[in-house]
Design a protein around this ligand. Structure first.
Ligand code: LLP
Length: 465
């Protein structure tokens, strides 16, 4: 058994290779461009985004920090708007929402999907045009629905018979009329993590098409005076690459759309096909661009409508991750580096950073893969397989499971993880009483804090002793 090597531990036989998809880079200083926002650059090892060097950003704003590339966000939003020009594009705020982002979404001409009173309040504070807001959720409260109706949101996507009754009572009381979509489950097994697949039968969302509940929900909505049926809504899951799931779902939802025309005598003007378009977290992922997605989806819908002999409804989609995911990265400071000898003699380099599962729960929750790069200097050291872990009291507190990092990585170095725009800050917690990091927007050499770092006073504000 060889556990040592004259050139050092990093060269020992049995050095870890990691998962089969992980390629050992010729030079670990290089960025893998498809994983980073469009303005990310490295010069002599120093990473900059939006013309702002990350070491400078950390010197001013501390670490960890989420770094949001405004130009990249706007470009992705604009690419969806242009590719889906015949559709309405709703940015799914659950991926990440702040008032600045809501304003960018409005300025880029997109609509906004919110799914709670809290997200609605961000839209309200940002002055987002309410007619362009869609309100989601499987358990909206009377207070949330009342507020949405009062604010005049453009559409409420109903998800249960209870909610239809609730909304009927609210609109009757306020003397209001609201446009409604009926969320349906198409019975599709989307090829993604079980927790983020949403259109198979045995889960909480929507009305089942197969059981007849979806048709019954449409009947009840059309029979309710304050509710105007806009159309059907289907969202099959998240981080999906394969268009076959969308195809099967679209076919089933359009068949129901045609059935409603036949049996209820109502031609619904719209249809929403949800979000879920996958992005590249690592070199394993090969996402389609918005233009390809638009071509595929349009072809599927045109074909089905022709076969059913119906007019095409106006379509909408709800991308969240595909717009904000690649636009953000997280920068951390390395605190400790530990070489852990495994059975067989190989060494795994554990790199502890100053955040973890409280700012990115996706690795622990979905077994998600991420990558990272040294952001503060160039290194001539050989690449070794590292695991980036957080500072929480939990062994599963992993940020990046496997990545080649320079063997001389040391405390004080900065590491940056790309692709953290979606479902990282929005799912962040105060586990172990850590402070949630700020979101710093960068553009044309200027850094602007759009969500500030929490303070210990924030943490203690809700503790009444
Ligand atoms: N529309 C609806 C109705 C949704 O439920 C979702 C996501 C979206 C649109 C946006 O999906 P996207 O384009 O962002 O994939 N926390 C999980 C993802 C949960 C997705 C929830 N719904 C994750 O981190 O992967």
């Amino acid at each position: 058994m060889t556990t040592t090597h004259e050139a050092g531990w990093a060269h020992a036989a049995g050095a870890l290779r990691g998962p089969t998809w992980l390629r050992q880079p010729a030079d670990p200083n290089d960025l893998v461009p498809q994983l980073w926002s469009s303005t990310a650059r490295k010069a002599e090892g120093v990473l900059s985004v939006g013309g702002v060097s990350l070491p400078d950003l950390v010197a001013e704003h501390g670490s960890p920090a989420y770094v949001l590339d405004e130009a990249d966000f706007r470009a992705r939003a604009g690419a969806f708007r242009d590719a889906f020009a015949a559709y309405d594009v709703y940015y799914a705020g659950k991926a990440f929402l702040s008032t600045a982002v809501a304003r960018w979404v409005a300025e880029e001409g997109l609509c906004l999907d919110v799914c709670s009173g809290g997200e609605l309040s961000v839209a309200e504070r940002a002055g987002f045009p309410m007619a362009r807001v869609g309100f989601h959720g499987n358990n909206k409260s009377v207070a949330e629905l009342t507020r949405a109706v009062r604010l005049g949101v453009g559409r409420i996507i109903v998800d249960s018979f209870d909610e239809i009754e609730r909304l009927a009572a609210i609109t009757a009381e306020l003397g209001a009329t609201v446009s409604v979509m009926v969320r349906v489950t198409a019975g599709v097994e989307a090829h993604t993590h079980e927790y983020i697949a949403t259109a198979h039968e045995d889960q909480k969302f929507g009305f089942s098409i197969a059981s007849g509940d979806a048709l019954e929900a449409v009947r009840r909505v059309t029979a309710t005076p304050g509710l105007e049926i806009l159309g059907l809504h289907s969202h099959i899951g998240s981080q999906i690459f394969d268009s076959s799931g969308f195809e099967v779902a679209a076919r089933r939802v359009l068949a129901l759309h045609a059935q409603v025309r036949e049996e209820v005598g109502v031609t619904m003007p719209e249809m929403d096909l949800g979000g879920g378009f996958g992005i590249a977290y690592t070199t394993q992922d090969d996402p389609s661009d918005p233009a390809q997605l638009a071509t595929e989806m349009t072809k599927i819908v045109e074909h089905e409508c022709r076969a059913l002999g119906i007019e095409e409804p106006r379509l909408s989609i709800e991308p969240g991750r595909a717009i904000v995911g690649p636009a953000m990265c997280t920068v951390y400071e390395v605190g400790t580096v530990k070489r852990v000898r495994l059975d067989g003699g190989a060494v795994r380099t554990y790199v502890s950073v100053d955040g973890g599962m409280s700012d990115n729960i996706r690795t622990a929750l979905y077994d998600a893969d991420y990558s990272c790069t040294l952001a503060s200097r160039a290194s001539a050291a050989v690449p070794v397989l590292g695991r980036v872990v957080g500072k929480h009291c939990e062994a599963g507190d992993v940020v990046v499971k496997d990545e080649f990092v320079p063997a001389d990585l040391a405390p004080g170095d900065l590491l940056a993880v790309p692709g953290t725009g979606a479902y990282c800050r929005s799912m962040a917690s105060n586990y172990n009483h850590l402070l949630r990091p700020p979101v710093v927007a960068v553009r044309d050499g200027v850094a602007r804090v759009v969500v500030r770092r929490e303070t210990e006073d924030d943490l203690l504000a809700t503790d009444l002793g």
